[in-house]
Design a protein around this ligand. Structure first.
Ligand code: ATP
Length: 342
């Protein structure tokens, strides 16, 4: 049956990288998709006063999956100083608790490290943690402001089960990243992890403090397979991880719930390069592959395999690069090369 994909281009380089995603989807005849575009983002707020209109939420709810570009314009903020972040709102509205951030090195020339292999997946909790009170109204003028780290048993159990299942489809190793030595919420997070670990005796587990993990991801990234952590820790570590494989333009992501999922590059709207046609489209194209794997039917899986092989082939030549990878190709030129290799 024809699948409906809600397309949310958003701000900055969002529309440029979603154009690349659409071109790749259209080049795969086995995919019979309706791509329906919906307004969203800080630009939409400037036009109509709401960065995430109700019609967009309903359009997403009715879709089989959501493809998102990037959201945010630094100068467009709420009165309390926060940027508009409808991509985070969507995770909370639809219960997309598992933020899946794969990190894979396609060419040694992309990495500032000397690691021979980098290929792991970080699962970031995406509905609670240190983001849980982000919408609480701030008392302006107060001399003290608090954010809370929320860890619930239900939220942690579903996150850990998702991560263990993912590990069983990879190399059977799961690393918990926490700060259980200092924060009570994180000690609880670890207790729940230890309970769920008993359901998966075939998966090797380890527990690492978040500060040590920042060190290890630089020193020995090859030792990790699947990792799972709290929302804010995952936010920070996934940017660090992206830096080790060429930057944000190489970092795809998925926010997965029980019924719906959003697929988007892990990067933001990159205002510094927006409108210049030089954004790296690889993160977004790999996010399309993740969407197809999540669909899981034979045609989608075949198409995902074709995308992955094409990206591997094209990126194995260091000359196939946009400016972030010290190359001279435009977004459209690199996309055309990947399409040519499908
Ligand atoms: P957010 O907070 O919304 O995640 P951010 O402000 O942390 O966003 P990004 O917008 O991701 O940051 O940009 C960080 C840096 O990475 C910028 O220098 C930007 O130009 C670069 N960058 C991000 N995405 C890409 C891309 N697809 N291609 C090339 N460079 C990119």
């Amino acid at each position: 049956m024809k699948k409906q994909i809600a397309m949310l281009p958003g701000d900055g380089i969002g529309p440029e990288v979603l154009e690349a995603a659409e071109a790749v989807i259209r080049a795969l005849p086995e995919l019979d998709f309706d791509l329906v575009e919906w307004p969203c983002g800080a630009g939409e707020y400037l036009k109509n006063g709401d960065p995430l209109p109700k019609a967009t939420i309903e359009g997403c709810r009715a879709a089989d999956a959501i493809l998102l570009g990037a959201m945010g314009i630094p100068a467009v903020r709420w009165a309390d100083g926060r940027e508009m972040a409808p991509q985070i709102d969507l995770r909370e509205i639809f219960g997309l608790y598992a933020g899946v951030r794969p990190t894979k090195l396609y060419n040694a020339a992309h990495s500032p490290l000397k690691a021979p292999v980098i290929d792991y997946v970080l699962v970031r909790e995406s509905t609670e943690g240190l983001f849980s009170t982000r919408l609480r109204p701030r008392v302006m003028g107060a001399d003290e402001v608090r954010d809370e780290m929320l860890v619930t048993r239900a939220g942690s159990e579903r996150l850990f089960r998702f991560s263990f299942e993912l590990a069983t489809h990879r190399r059977n190793k799961l690393t918990l990243i926490d700060k259980a030595n200092v924060l009570p919420s994180m000690a609880f997070f670890r207790e729940v992890f230890d309970e769920i670990a008993k359901e998966y005796p075939q998966v090797e587990t380890e527990r690492v403090y978040v500060d040590a993990m920042a060190l290890y991801l630089v020193q020995r990234p090859q030792s990790f397979d699947v990792m799972v952590t709290e929302n804010m820790f995952g936010d920070i570590l996934s940017d660090l991880a992206a830096a080790t494989v060429g930057g944000m333009g190489m970092a795809p992501s998925a926010d997965i719930g029980d019924d719906l999922a959003v697929f988007q590059p892990a990067h933001g709207s990159a205002p510094d390069i927006a409108g210049q046609g030089k954004a790296n489209p690889v993160a977004t194209i790999l996010s399309v592959a993740m969407m197809l794997e999540w669909f899981g039917d034979v045609d989608s899986l075949n198409a995902a395999g074709r995308i992955r092989r094409a990206v591997e082939l094209v990126m194995s030549d260091a000359a196939n690069a946009t400016g972030d990878l010290r190359g001279g190709l435009s977004t459209r030129e690199l996309t055309a090369k990947i399409i040519g290799a499908l």
